[in-house]
Design a protein around this ligand. Structure first.
Ligand SMILES: Cc1ncc(COP(=O)(O)O)c(C=O)c1O
Length: 415
């Protein structure tokens, strides 16, 4: 039988999902999954936040809920609450009507819509993403129409910290209107964010060179446990009067990974352009997925708009970020106690879900082959894949691997 589908090239596997599958298929009893970017409890289980469960139950019992289409730009109640959460309820840009949000599909879909808007409507064609970055930025932006993908220096692997001079120099050399993707907090994969002084320098160059900042906010509240602290950079840009877009994901901080809850926040200098911008966004979304799903956005809107539920949720994000911090301390202590070659300060200094361990690709492979411990090739580990039951095992495995394959760069971390 003939088929039109012969000759299709096999695409490369998507590392994080390929690892997840390999982990599930692995029958070894003590296997450990440190790859996928999702929260796990101290029992190694996914966590449905109690406040989410509570709201889900009340929605299920509410006969007024239905399954009608949402508007193309989503639920206003959700977008408004999400925008306030990002910028601060009394932010001048909100009060002056210079900010608005539209609902989209978690972080990835929000970035994809934004890319298409920036490319088709504003006609920007060059974007910069950090080196290294979340591995999907490049694909999303090139699929969104951008012709020129460039990296800016971010990580200095020798010092395990941000190479701020390298970053600023790359930004200074970027062409006008280049879109600069910035991680709002908890940089993925390095776990290392600019300091307030460094953010100020980044903002200076962006303003001076007329670049366009795009914040990717996938971890607000989840990183430090404090919503305001994690929004520092975004709010500073707003205060300085810089126009920007910020994509928000509610996958991690609400544990709503598969509900695809996202918001795109626009901060403009001139409210006259708002209606036109929204009309173009509506066309992009209409031609892409028509309108967003209801369930997750309704949950988030309900929680953010109700002071009691909001406090409950804030307690949950503290629980998650505290557990991650405990695991950082737990791993560092054990490596130090074992006398593992290298300096392990970065494990506790980095923030957010991930640690960029500095393990080499060969060491990562060894950990997988010999100990059934799964992590990304880059040495990025999800800290909450660790728990009291596997910390000794993982620390011991890292210790033995480094002792056998001594390839780490054991220099100091300054972040
Ligand atoms: C930096 C960054 N941006 C965006 C996302 C988007 O995730 P989602 O589409 O699940 O919201 C992630 C998820 O890992 C991320 O780490």
């Amino acid at each position: 039988m003939t088929t039109r589908f012969t000759g299709i090239k096999l695409g490369p596997p998507i590392e994080v999902f390929a690892l997840q599958k390999a982990f599930v298929d692995d029958s070894y009893e003590n296997k450990v999954n440190l790859s996928i970017g999702a929260y796990r409890t101290s029992e190694g289980k996914p966590w449905v936040l109690p406040v989410v469960r509570k709201v889900e139950k009340s929605l299920a019992a509410d006969d007024l809920q239905n399954h009608e289409y949402l508007p193309v730009l989503g639920l206003d109640a959700f977008s408004e609450a999400a925008t306030s959460m990002l910028l601060g309820a009394d932010s001048p840009v909100i009060v002056q009507g210079r900010a608005f949000g539209i609902q989209s599909l978690s972080g990835t879909g929000s970035l994809r819509v934004t890319a298409e808007f920036l490319n088709r409507v504003l006609q920007y064609d060059t974007f910069y993403y950090s080196k290294p970055s979340w591995e999907n930025h490049r694909l999303v932006f090139t699929n969104g129409g951008f012709k020129h993908a460039r990296e800016y220096t971010y990580w200095d692997k020798e010092t395990r910290s941000i190479d701020i001079e390298g970053m600023l120099s790359d930004l200074r050399n970027a062409p006008e209107n280049a879109v600069i993707i910035l991680h709002a907090c908890a940089h993925n994969p390095t776990g290392c964010d600019p300091t307030p002084e460094q953010w100020a320098k980044i903002a200076d160059v962006i303003e001076e060179k007329r670049l366009f900042p795009l914040f990717d906010s996938a971890y607000q509240g989840f990183a430090s446990g404090d919503l305001d602290k994690d929004a520092y950079a975004v709010r500073m840009f707003a205060e300085r009067g810089i126009e920007f877009i910020c994509t928000q994901s509610f996958a991690k901080n609400f544990g709503l990974y598969n509900e695809r809850v996202g918001n795109i926040v626009f901060v403009l200098n001139d409210t006259k352009e708002l209606v036109q911008a929204k009309s173009q966004l509506a066309l992009i979304i209409r031609g892409m997925y028509s309108n967003p799903p209801n369930h997750g956005a309704r949950i988030v809107a309900t929680v953010l708009r109700n002071p009691i539920l909001f406090e409950e949720w804030k307690e949950h994000i503290r629980t998650m970020s505290d557990r991650i911090k405990e695991m950082r301390i737990g791993l560092q202590h054990r490596l130090l106690k074992l006398g593992t070659p290298g300096v392990w300060d970065h494990i506790v200094q980095q923030i957010g879900l991930f640690s960029y361990t500095g393990l080499t690709e060969r060491q990562v492979q060894h950990l997988r082959n010999h100990y059934h411990i799964y992590m990304l090739r880059s040495g990025r580990v999800n800290m909450c894949g660790l728990n009291e039951s596997n910390l000794d095992y993982v620390a011991g495995a890292i210790h033995e691997t480094i002792t056998l394959l001594p390839e780490t760069r054991d220099l100091h971390c300054k972040c």
